[in-house]
Design a protein around this ligand. Sequence first.
Ligand SMILES: CC(C)(COP(=O)(O)OP(=O)(O)OC[C@H]1O[C@@H](n2cnc3c(N)ncnc32)[C@H](O)[C@@H]1OP(=O)(O)O)[C@@H](O)C(=O)NCCC(=O)NCCS
Length: 155
Amino acid sequence: MKTPLIVRAALPSDVDAIWNLLEIYAPGGTVLRRSKEDIAFYIGNFSVAEYDGRVCGCAALRDFGSDLLELRSVVVDPALQGQGIGKNMVEAVIGGLRRKRSHFRLFTLTTTPAFFQSMGFEISAKEEFPEKIWSDCAKCAKFSCCDETALIIRQ
Ligand SMILES: CC(C)(COP(=O)(O)OP(=O)(O)OC[C@H]1O[C@@H](n2cnc3c(N)ncnc32)[C@H](O)[C@@H]1OP(=O)(O)O)[C@@H](O)C(=O)NCCC(=O)NCCS
């Protein structure tokens, strides 16, 4: 990569770019579909990766309380995948959490577990996160035939 990659907190002006990235994968069910209004409301939960002045990746946190958080909406522009952007972005999000909290359990549900394992996430059981199951999974068309793996990283 010729210019440096920047990972930063998302701004209200990033809503369209985040929506465009998520819409690449939402129709196939890889990430949850999110409206622009939803992204704008929760913009404080998002981080973005910026390369060459353009937003090329995003990741969001959801705080369930009791030190349990979910890492969600993790996407990198298909044209720039495989160059370390996703890893840099997620490690920056985890680094921010480590600085802010002495304890946390950060989980994710994904069809690409190897990506998260490369950063120290360990495979877990979905049943460990009933908060997620009852907020999102219960409404999912794939609830009874879920193809996602749960992973967790703790501090
Ligand atoms: C998964 C995704 C975010 C990874 O971003 P990326 O920038 O391409 O990944 P990186 O180049 O930072 O790869 C980091 C590591 O993960 C591995 N990895 C990345 N994508 C992978 C995949 N699809 N399957 C297996 N391993 C993968 C890489 O080999 C690399 O391993 P290394 O550190 O041992 O070399 C990106 O491919 C993407 O947007 N995919 C579609 C959406 C998606 O699946 N999101 C995941 C959450 S649901």
